[in-house]
Design a protein around this ligand. Structure first.
Ligand SMILES: CC(C)(COP(=O)(O)OP(=O)(O)OC[C@H]1O[C@@H](n2cnc3c(N)ncnc32)[C@H](O)[C@@H]1OP(=O)(O)O)[C@@H](O)C(=O)NCCC(=O)NCCS
Length: 193
């Protein structure tokens, strides 16, 4: 109960839109998502994996926030607005972290084991940012809205922007593409010769 009160007090202190305990308890999806997460995480740690996932999917249905029950989350974690948030299984989140709607703390698809980010204390992740891979967002770092972050950040730094680029075709892809469109492999072989 003490922790719950500290959690609600923190929201009232930091969110200018929050006016009362009743409003925060009834209308803030972060409160609902975290209540379900704490229960789901307990079940996960006691090997009740199906029930843990069931609870977390139910919470997702209610709030639009998907937190894998295996994630490790510290105190006073605040998800503002919430819709479209995804937090992966091996994510570790410290104390006093804030994230906004549309944030993904996910994997790149290339790592096994620890494949999701670690967020140290006092980190802020802006709306829609994608933080991917087993990287560390250092204490006090801010990630700008809409950023895509694939590398560690430095303590108390601000990181913004994304870097999307189309990679040049690889030889095998050219061959596949020619075969798919013409059905003829010889064209590719002649081109290579
Ligand atoms: C990144 C952020 C935290 C500001 O951090 P800051 O350290 O105070 O940075 P500044 O405002 O001084 O901006 C520094 C530079 O980054 C740029 N910048 C800031 N946010 C950016 C973003 N999301 N994407 C790209 N560039 C951004 C600024 O234009 C500025 O560029 P300049 O130096 O060329 O002028 C803030 O802009 C942000 O994105 N907050 C997220 C809040 C959010 O998601 N709100 C949703 C509410 S519903």
């Amino acid at each position: 109960m003490k922790q719950m009160k500290a959690y609600l007090d923190n929201i009232l202190k930091n969110d200018p839109a929050a006016r009362s305990y009743v409003e925060v308890i009834l209308l803030y999806p972060t409160v609902h998502a975290m209540a379900f997460y704490r229960a789901a995480n307990w079940l996960y740690r006691h090997n009740a994996f199906f029930m843990a996932r069931f609870l977390s999917q139910f919470a997702r249905f209610l709030t639009g926030i998907e937190i894998h029950p295996g994630a490790t989350i510290g105190r006073r974690f605040f998800i503002d607005h919430g819709m479209g948030v995804v937090i992966g299984e091996t994510t570790i989140i410290g104390d006093d972290v804030t994230i906004y709607q549309g944030v993904t703390l996910g994997g790149t698809g290339k790592d096994v084991g620890k494949r999701h980010p670690t967020l140290e204390d006092d980190v802020v992740i802006g709306a829609g940012a994608k933080v991917l891979g087993p990287i560390t967002i250092a204490k006090g770092s801010k990630i700008g809205a809409g950023s895509v972050v694939l590398k560690n950040t430095e303590k108390d730094s601000t990181t913004v922007g994304y870097k999307a680029k189309t990679l040049p075709f690889k030889t095998e892809q050219i061959k596949d593409s020619i075969e798919r469109t013409t059905g003829i492999t010889e064209i590719y072989n002649e081109m290579v010769i």
